[in-house]
Every structure is written in C-alpha cells, then in structure tokens.
Design a protein around this ligand. Structure first.
Ligand code: ATP
Length: 314
C-alpha cells in the first residue's frame, strides 16, 4: 500500500497579470522524503512554495497536503505545514525560549502539550543551553535552528525550507543536514530549495525549475545518468592558466572551470570535438604550451543542469 503523499500538487499555476510565474507544475513528496527544488533566481521556486504552504492562492491547479485539500480546507491543511523562511523571521529582541513560546501560542498549543513540545524542540535542535540567549545575538547557524525549532512545534507532516543554509558556514550546514535527515527518518516530508549543488546531492529527489516550469526531475543518480549533448572535457596541462585565458574566448566554449589542477570545459551543444582538438593542438604549438591530455569526464549535477537549461533556452 502506498502512503498518502504529504504534498501532492497537480497543474499548479500562478499568474501575476499576464506573467506566468509558475506554469502547470506537478510536485509529489512522500512521507520521509527530502525533495529539492532548484532553479536560478526568478525561476518560480518561492512562488511555488508560497502556494504549497497556503500563503498565496493558485491561479489554477490542485494542492493536497497530507491528503487535505489546500483550497477547500486551508486552515486544516496549513496545520500540517512547517515553514522556515529564507530570512530569519523571528524576534531578535526576544530570547530563544520567548520566541518559541510566542510561536507555540500562535499554533494554539496549551498545557502539557505546550510544555512537552517546547522541551522536545529545544532538545532536538540542541538549543536547551541557549534558551535564555537573545535570538538576535545567535550565530546564523543557530538562528536557522531556532527557525526550524519554531516550525516543528506543532509536529507538522511536511516541512518547507527556503534556502535554509545560505550564508551558513560549512560545519553548521553539515549539522543542519544531519537534522534534516533525522526529521525525514521520523517520517516528515521535506521540500527544500537550495543553490548549493553539493546539497542538491543530499536530496532523495530533485526538480529543476526554469521560467516557471519544471524542466528536469529525478533522483540525483537518474539526473547524473542523463546523456549530455556534448561531453564535459578535462584538460591536463602544466600551462592550464594560459589555456584558460585563451580558450574562454572560443565560441564553442560555454564555460571553463579550473578544478583540482585540471580545466573542466563545458562546450555548447553541437560542438565538433575533432575540430576542437585540432584547434587546441594548433594553439598549443603556436604559444609553446603543453597539453598532457584531453578526455571526456563524467558530468557533475551542475553540468547536467547547465545543459538542460541551455536546451530549453534554445
Ligand atoms: P529567488 O531565488 O530569487 O527567490 P524564485 O525562483 O523563488 O527566485 P520567484 O520569487 O518565485 O522566483 O519569482 C518568479 C517570478 O515571478 C519572478 O519573475 C518575479 O519577478 C515574479 N513575481 C513574484 N512575485 C510577484 C508578484 N507579487 N507580482 C508580480 N511578479 C511577481
């Protein structure tokens, strides 16, 4: 038997006047799943999340949260949701505990349940010994944890995290992801937006948005197996810096990235590889540069996304 998805959105659409910010997207998130939504600024991620959280009415389409229809039973559906905004949205001049008590009041928690939930989120997010600290004085990583604690007070079935780790240092990011996994293991479904490709790989499933549409979707492994129109090349050379400067002006080169002592070269679709190789050799001879090797390498997630975006732009 399949579990009821914690998020089920069909043909979800939002227009602002004549502009279509979100265009007929389908999103399904299962309990315990970490679903990543990716895309450049303006792709429509925040608009999609605002609709899924019940903060913005869709122009068209359906949303169910844990089986509850968001449009018809908005209050009940919202009660299943925890939301952590991109920017810290709690009160800097209240303590950690005061912020959580205030939030507990907004969720209508009272009596033993209020006391138990406060203790539980403080424990879970490792905030117990900072409960009397002013929220505004917390380091960014702890502010994010406080935001997460507040979003978990009412035991939501689904958690929305809008770029939760932007600006957070790598150690705190790692700690934050451990928490995300622990929550997912407990059965919460999580929808997260991120700009970090290494974080995208932590997700169970990913969707890439471009101009309001989902243009690629799958597990990280499935996406990494997508064929590219042109391979990614790695160039080994003791003269990598000189090569980088010369090659970045070539029309077939989309991007050239120094990486672990090599140059990774992303080419535009349709590049003639034999002609490129001849050009490389000719330039090397002309400028007395050495090429130790040029070979296709396995793409990384960002290579796949860049190719998908280019394909759709075309
Ligand atoms: P970011 O990463 O910057 O948050 P995003 O992918 O979340 O980007 P959205 O904020 O959803 O993108 O915006 C998608 C598009 O919709 C943008 O072109 C934006 O200008 C437009 N848009 C968003 N909200 C409104 C609004 N209230 N009125 C008009 N246009 C809007």
């Amino acid at each position: 038997m399949h579990a009821v998805p914690v998020i089920l959105a069909e043909e979800l659409t939002r227009c602002f006047g004549a502009f279509i910010a979100v265009n007929r997207i389908q999103v399904t998130v299962q309990p315990g799943e970490v679903f990543g939504l990716l895309g450049a600024n303006g792709a429509g991620k925040t608009t999609a999340i605002r609709m899924l959280c019940g903060m913005l009415p869709p122009t068209a389409g359906r949303i169910q949260v844990a089986g509850v229809d968001m449009v018809r039973y908005a209050r009940r559906a919202r009660g299943q949701i925890g939301y952590v905004a991109q920017r810290f949205s709690l009160y800097g001049d209240l303590t950690v505990l005061e912020n959580l008590k205030l939030q507990a009041g907004l969720y209508g928690l009272t009596g033993d349940r209020r006391r138990d939930r406060l203790a539980e989120v403080l424990r879970l997010l490792d905030l117990s010994d900072r409960r009397e600290v002013m929220a505004g004085a917390l380091p960014l990583g702890y502010k994010q944890r406080l935001g997460l604690a507040a979003a978990l007070l009412h035991e939501p079935r689904v958690l929305f995290l809008d770029e939760p780790t932007s600006g957070v240092d790598p150690m705190a990011r790692q700690r934050f992801w451990e928490l995300i996994y622990a929550l997912a293991d407990g059965g919460i479904g999580i929808l997260v937006t991120t700009h970090y490709m290494d974080e995208a790989l932590f997700c169970d499933r990913l969707a890439l948005m471009q101009a309001g549409r989902i243009v690629a979707e799958g597990t990280p492994d499935e996406l990494l197996r997508r064929p590219l129109p042109t391979p990614i090349l790695a160039l080994d050379s003791p003269d990598a810096v000189a090569f980088e400067q010369l090659a970045q002006r070539w029309p077939e080169v989309r991007e050239i990235i120094p990486h672990a002592g090599q140059l990774r070269i992303r080419l535009h679709a349709g590049t003639d590889l034999a002609a490129l190789r001849m050009r490389l050799d000719a330039v090397a001879a002309e400028h007395h540069l050495t090429v130790t090797g040029v070979r296709p390498v396995a793409p990384e997630l960002e290579d796949i996304f860049v190719a998908v975006l280019e394909e759709n732009e075309g």
